[in-house]
Design a protein around this ligand. Structure first.
Ligand code: PMP
Length: 318
C-alpha cells in the first residue's frame, strides 16, 4: 500500500527504518518504554546518540577536529547562526543558487556585510553560476554555498576550493556522494530529506572555526554551548535522533555513501532519460547542473492543460 513518494522533504525514509521504529515503539529493546518517553540522560538514550555520532563519523569519514552536533531549529535557524558564530570581520561571501541560499544571505545582512559573489537569480536559479574565478573579498570570514537547490533541481557536484572558510547547507544532498569534509568549516542539514523526520538538524563543525567573534551570542544559538555538552545542553529531539541512527545503519548496510551515490545516479538517470525523451515534459534545470537528488520537471507548454490528468494518473499508479 506504500506509494512511490518523490516529495523533496519531508521525504521517503527506508521502509526498514519505519518498520524497526514501529516494532520498537512501545518497548525499546526491553526497557518497557518508548524512546519518546525515556530520559535523554538515561544510559539507554546516551547509547543511541553516541552510536548515531559514531556511525555518522564512520560513514562520512569525519576527522577528529570536527564535532558532530544534533540540534533543533531546522536548517533555517542556521541561516542566522552561521554569521552569528563566524562573522568576525563582519563580512562574508554568498553564492546564491536558490531561495534557501538567498534566505541565508538575507540573514547574514543582520550581522554584517553579505556580498553576493555569484548568483543565478537572473534565470530563476535554473543553473549553477560559474564559480571558477570568484571575486571573494580577502577579509571575508567565510564563503557560503547551498550545494543542492531543492526547489530548482540544480546541484554543485564538486567540493569547491576556496581560501576562506567554507560553510555549506547540505540539507538536500547530504549522504548523496562522498565528500572531503576537510574542505568545509561548517556543514549542516535539516534531517527531513535524507536522514530522519523533521526536528533534528545535523551539524558538522570544525572546532577551531569558532571562538573568534566578540559579539554576544544567545546561549542556545552558540555552537560552543552544544559542543561543550555533546548536543545535550538541553533536551535533544530524542525520536528524530533515534530514527537518524536507524537510517545511518541502513546507509552502512547499503554499502555506504559511495554505494548511495551510484544508486542515486542510476535512479536520476531513469527519470532524466524519460523527461528528455517524452515530448510531454521538460526538465527545468540546465542539463549540466541537474541534481541527482531533486529531479524537477514540468509539462511542456503545449500540454499544460494535461496537468490535472497527469497528477490523477500518477496518483492512481501509486
Ligand atoms: N535548505 C535547503 C536546501 C532546503 O531544502 C530546506 C528545506 N526545504 C531548508 C534549507 C530549510 O530547512 P528547514 O525547514 O529545516 O528550516
Amino acid at each position: 500500500s506504500r506509494v512511490y513518494n518523490f516529495s523533496a522533504g519531508p521525504a521517503v525514509l527506508p521502509e526498514e527504518v519505519l518498520q524497526e521504529a514501529a516494532d520498537e515503539m512501545l518497548d525499546y529493546r526491553g526497557c518497557g518504554m518508548s524512546v519518546m518517553e525515556m530520559s535523554h540522560r538515561s544510559k539507554v538514550y546516551d547509547n543511541i546518540i553516541k552510536e548515531a555520532e559514531k556511525d555518522l563519523r564512520e560513514l562520512m569519514n569525519i576527522p577528529d577536529n570536527y564535532k558532530v552536533l544534533f540540534l533543533q531549529g531546522g536548517a533555517s535557524q542556521f541561516f542566522a547562526e552561521v554569521p552569528m558564530n563566524l562573522m568576525k570581520n563582519k563580512k562574508a561571501a554568498y553564492i546564491i543558487t536558490g531561495q534557501w541560499a538567498k534566505k541565508a544571505f538575507n540573514e547574514a545582512k543582520i550581522y554584517g556585510e553579505a556580498v553576493a559573489v555569484a548568483s543565478s537569480e537572473d534565470k530563476t536559479y535554473s543553473y549553477i553560476p560559474d564559480c571558477s574565478d570568484l571575486d571573494i573579498p580577502e577579509d571575508a570570514d567565510y564563503v557560503y554555498i547551498c550545494e543542492n537547490n531543492t526547489i530548482y533541481g540544480t546541484e554543485m557536484r564538486k567540493d569547491p576550493d576556496v581560501k576562506q572558510r567554507l560553510v555549506c547547507d547540505m540539507s538536500s544532498d547530504i549522504f548523496s556522494r562522498p565528500i572531503d569534509i576537510s574542505k568545509y568549516d561548517i556543514i549542516y542539514a535539516g534531517a527531513q530529506k535524507n536522514l530522519a523526520p523533521a526536528g533534528v538538524t545535523l551539524a558538522i563543525v570544525r572546532v577551531d572555526a569558532l571562538g573568534h567573534v566578540d559579539r554576544p551570542i544567545p546561549t542556545m544559538l552558540n555552537y560552543a554551548t552544544h559542543i561543550k555538552k555533546d548536543s545535550m545542553f538541553n533536551t535533544p529531539p530524542v525520536l528524530p535522533i533515534y530514527a537518524a541512527l536507524q537510517t545511518l545503519k541502513w546507509y552502512k548496510e547499503q554499502g555506504g555513501i559511495a554505494a548511495m551515490e551510484k544508486k542515486d545516479m542510476e535512479n536520476a538517470a531513469i527519470l532524466y532519460v524519460e523527461i528528455d525523451r517524452n515530448k510531454l515534459f521538460r526538465g527545468t534545470a540546465a542539463a549540466e547542473d541537474r541534481s541527482i537528488m531533486n529531479v524537477c520537471f514540468v509539462l511542456n507548454d503545449a500540454y499544460k492543460e494535461l496537468e490535472d490528468e497527469f497528477s490523477n494518473f500518477a496518483a492512481a499508479a501509486g
